[in-house]
Design a protein around this ligand. Structure first.
Ligand SMILES: C[S@@+](CC[C@H](N)C(=O)[O-])C[C@H]1O[C@@H](n2cnc3c(N)ncnc32)[C@H](O)[C@@H]1O
Length: 211
């Protein structure tokens, strides 16, 4: 099942189970504390638009959300009219280098291959303006294309350990990692068990070394 099919079938059920992640709310607060009014923010895998795009719009940011799921994009457009949402995958989205003051990606990088996870991280880093922030979260696991059961569905996922994920942000994407932490979350859904999450806050240097 593709990510689009998975999340088309899930819709608002996802927000009911995962809409109140303390570490995610903290991450968005950390980001908005650093962004001025009108900051251009790209939310990759924007889901239902809540809570992330909604909070960013509330903080005065100029928000673009992208998501592969048509259902999620329709929900987000209805719930967060102050942001723009596009049905588009992170590997297909076209934006000039350096065109966002921040990019956030909360949990879109799982239903894909490891090569695609790494490529997505590099693309997102490339969209950052000098001094821009990349804030991401994923489920850390040393797994390559394995089938798991999640929210009552069979899904094929890939990921990296927390250490390898943070290393890629630092070394493959060339960003300064300002903070990373692992937390455990129990979704508000009887079909779902506790999940480990790794959060990583990173920044593109203001100027190129020697520049
Ligand atoms: C686990 S949900 C998280 C939603 C939201 N970021 C949040 O934290 O509430 C992941 C979202 O990423 C989207 N997604 C999955 N793969 C994607 C891709 N390659 N490009 C863009 N969005 C993707 C899914 O459709 C889904 O809406």
């Amino acid at each position: 099942m593709s990510a689009a099919e998975l999340f088309d079938g899930m819709g608002i059920e996802y927000e009911r189970a995962f809409g109140r992640l303390p570490a995610q709310l903290e991450a968005v607060g950390w980001l908005t504390d650093r962004l001025g009014a009108g900051a251009r923010v790209l939310d990759v895998g924007s889901g239902t638009g809540r809570p992330v795009a909604d909070l960013l719009v509330g903080a005065g940011c100029d928000v673009t959300g992208i998501d592969v799921s048509r259902t999620m994009v329709e929900l987000a457009r209805a719930q967060v009219p102050g942001a723009r949402f596009e049905q588009c995958g992170v590997h297909d989205f076209e934006a000039p280098e350096g065109s966002f003051d921040a990019v956030c990606a909360f949990f879109p990088l799982l239903v894909m291959s490891r090569a695609e996870v790494s490529a997505a991280l590099r693309r997102m880093a490339g969209w950052l303006a000098p001094g821009g922030y990349l804030v991401t979260a994923t489920v850390p696991a040393d797994v390559d294309d394995v089938e798991i059961e999640w929210m009552g569905r069979r899904v094929r996922v890939s990921s990296f350990s927390a250490e390898e994920y943070v290393r890629q942000v630092r070394e493959e994407c060339g960003l300064d990692v300002l903070h990373h932490a692992v937390s455990v979350f129990q979704p508000d859904d009887e079909q779902a068990g506790p999940e480990e999450h790794v959060y990583c806050y990173a920044r593109r240097a203001k100027e190129l070394p020697g520049g």
